[in-house]
Write a protein that binds this ligand. Sequence first.
Ligand code: GLV
Length: 328
Amino acid sequence: MNDILPLVLVTRALPEGWLDGLRGRCRTVVGDAQTPGFDAPLLEALPDAEGILCLLTERIDGAVLDRAPRLRVVSTMAVGVDNIDLDACAARGIVVGHTPGVLTEATADLTMALLLAVARRLPDAAADARAGRWSTWSPTGWLGTDLHGASLGIVGLGKIGTAVARRARAFGMRLMHASPGPKPAVEAELGVERVPLTQLLAQSDVVSLHLPLSSDTHHLIDARALATMKSTALLINTARGAIVDPQALAHALHTGAIAGAGIDVTEPEPLPAEHPLYGCPNLLVLPHIGSATHGTRRRMAAVAVDNLLAGLVGSPLPHPVLPPRAPL
Ligand code: GLV
């Protein structure tokens, strides 16, 4: 009986219960929890796989797909799909699903956490306290930036960008966005002004990135873009590391071209411990934890399971990957 169930590769083992929805619906070959990519058992099973449930750590490209002639669906437990060659999937009739929506609030929370931490210099202040450098209350110690009244430039006013706008408004920030198209309802509700990217970069006290990585957005924030920012400005990135040129960012921080940055995503990932970015002043690096809450990760797994099961039986995916929007 089990032999007639479709074979699914789960590229990384997930905690007990997260994939319960697969039980009785497919056979699985499961990769190691800590090891990204396709290990030997996964590679061996690829020729028979009809579905893949992957994470953002797996590259799904033509070379992988060529080894999987029976594959019908790729379901990633992530909203970003830059690790998947969508054209190669489409050319083979393979549908792709992802997990938008369920991680919006958690990622917006983390964006605000980074923004607050960098604006108020929490890493420096906490390190000094712990190291015994807190000798007295100081009127000039650990001075940061006021958020109230500061302008926030949101690059990409999608679901997460909008959730960040809502939070930032409650902090009394002035809002603008640069996006491929207008968002009249959100703009009116939250008082967000749509401006060209160049204007957003030049006028924002904080720039926060919320757009997908594509060939159009790769190194969108390069040396030239950073040079147009205020020297007092902060850069926050919870989208994808490669949207920012890391060398240009390091240079901008070292030379004081911008005042600080908080990045949850890097290029490459993981960022090696010896990477020059770690030596930059007023830079907070997090290990890609935007969606890392118990509830959010469970919901992402449930959506990934729903997409996978729909794809296996040839039904429309609840959350298919949509074609990319025009560039900014
Ligand atoms: C996380 O970065 C995601 O794309 O879900």
